[in-house]
Design a protein around this ligand. Structure first.
Ligand code: ADP
Ligand code: MG
Ligand code: ZN
Length: 476
């Protein structure tokens, strides 16, 4: 039998507000344990939470960017469970009345373009962190993270392949970064994804029983975990078995999923509205304000890049995948109007350099202005494209600008025809057999002569002039 997969994702993104969601404590990462705490986030009796408006602002922006309806009234509830990282014994979270609902985003995969529905986006608080002593039966708790604002984005079960799930995650990730409302770093855990997946016979309307996968800390691992789980469920059904609805943890080292031990996912959370918090009332003016605060979003920016800079859609998509890359491109393009060259250098040399040093583009050792300067030196004929690669490397190593490197290392392109003609004569005289073969019809030897001349001039001869002179002299 042929099966198809059904996938829905729950994404948690930590919002980058300065203070926590219900108290004034700092959200700065890396402080000594329990120093960013107060009676509110420690869950002391008798204290009252006060909602951080910025967290609502950010969630409204995400809602608008994902085509959601913003609820005029939403509410916080208490989600009750007992665990030592949760000092109050309940987590404050939006439940029946979320802030945003009924949105969608567009993804693009090898299968084409597709809309993925957003069921809801709601606000909640994060829990603390347990640190288990590896040598003694002791666990410690750090509540610095308790009360950090989280936004949960729940998708409709609209995805059919791990590739679609990966594409959807990347769209959300790019939006969060463009909106500048979350660091959205998966490795650091401020962008987390739980993946729900089931399979059903092709053509069947009803969904199959789903499992929920946790513990994936990269886009790639989300896709790998889903692929594994789809295969596991398929084999199970083919062998006449049944999928059990459960939470499974992904083990990246072994590339498999395993049921979470115990009954940790069989909770009755006894949700009820939090009596300490008033309903969140969002009027049109507030929504309008947040709409004003939206930057140009990745989709629109991609289209503008294609039309304004004459780039292909794929090139524009590459540049606009991350806001920092798109910004870098625009800075460069402002100074150098050879847009295709700007793209080529960013996607080629610069990306290779950044990957080799595990840097992101905002940490680039070569600024956008310097790269533009380098490209202008190629365009005005000061250096050849080949020499430019050497200059680029030296820029990365020394931090010097291209003009200084070209001057100090004597890399200026030789455009003096008389000088080049001398070298051409030398090379032709030194290779009489090849000259004869060329004249006998072996025109491919052109490259051989040009190569020798470039070698002799350490790549500094203007290749256009070299080509022209060699063919002139050989046709004589
Ligand atoms: P819970 O709160 O228990 O996690 P939800 O109803 O909120 O359950 O659904 C969580 C996610 O699971 C959503 O993203 C939804 O799209 C997805 N989902 C629901 N049913 C299925 C299914 N049968 N197969 C795959 N995904 C599903
Ligand atoms: Mg769930
Ligand atoms: Zn606090």
């Amino acid at each position: 039998m042929n099966y198809e997969a059904v996938i829905g994702l729950e994404v948690h993104a930590q919002l980058s507000t300065l203070s926590k969601i219900f108290c004034g404590c700092s959200t700065t990462f890396g402080a000594p344990p329990n120093t960013h705490t107060c009676p509110v986030c420690l869950g002391m009796p008798g204290v009252l939470p006060v909602l951080n408006k910025k967290a609502v602002d950010y969630a409204i922006r995400m809602g608008l960017a994902t085509n959601c309806t913003i609820a005029p009234q939403s509410r916080f509830a208490r989600k009750n469970y007992f665990y030592p990282d949760l000092p109050k014994g309940y987590q404050i979270s939006q439940y029946e009345l979320p802030l945003c609902e009924h949105g969608w985003v567009e993804i693009e995969t090898t299968g084409g373009r597709k809309r993925i529905g957003i069921t809801r986006i709601h606000l909640e608080e994060d829990a603390g962190k347990l640190i288990h002593d590896p040598y003694r039966p002791v666990s410690r708790v750090d509540l610095n993270r308790a009360g950090t604002p989280l936004m949960e984005i729940v998708s409709e079960p609209d995805m059919k392949t791990p590739e679609e799930a990966g594409a959807y995650l990347k769209v959300l990730h790019a939006l969060l970064r463009y909106l500048d409302i979350s660091d959205a770093n998966m490795e650091e855990g401020n962008f987390r994804c739980d993946a729900n997946v089931s399979i059903r016979p092709m053509g069947q309307k009803e969904f199959g029983t789903r499992t929920e996968l946790k513990n994936m800390n990269s886009f790639r691992n989300v896709e790998r975990a889903l692929a594994y789980e789809i295969e596991r469920q398929t084999i199970l059904l083919e062998e006449g078995g049944k999928v059990v609805q459960e939470t499974r943890l992904y083990d990246a080292a072994a590339n498999r999923t395993q049921p979470m031990r115990g009954k940790e996912d069989a909770h009755d959370y006894r949700y009820f509205p939090d009596p300490d918090l008033v309903p969140v009332v969002v009027d049109e003016a507030w929504i309008g304000e947040q709409r004003q605060a939206l930057p140009e979003l990745p989709g629109a920016r991609k289209e503008r890049f294609a039309s304004q800079y004459g780039l292909s859609e794929a090139d524009a998509a590459f540049l606009c995948a991350a806001r920092e890359t798109a910004d870098y491109f625009e800075q460069c393009a402002g100074a150098c109007q050879n847009y295709k060259a700007v793209f080529n250098w960013i996607s080629g040399e610069l990306t290779a350099l950044l990957n080799a040093q595990s840097l992101n583009i905002s940490q680039s050792p070569i600024s956008a202005a310097s790269l533009a300067e380098l490209l202008k030196l190629i365009d005005d004929g000061t250096i050849s494209g080949k020499i430019a690669k050497t200059v680029f490397e030296k820029m990365a190593q020394s931090g010097d600008g291209p003009a200084k490197i070209v001057k100090d290392s004597g890399l200026v392109q030789v455009t003096d025809s008389d000088l080049i003609a001398k070298v051409v004569d030398e090379v032709l005289a030194a290779n009489p057999d090849e000259v004869a073969a060329y004249k006998g019809g072996k025109k491919k030897l052109m490259g051989f002569f040009v190569g020798k001349i470039m070698q002799k001039t350490q790549g500094k001869a203007n290749p256009k002039i070299v080509n022209q002179l060699v063919s002139e002299k050989l046709e004589q």
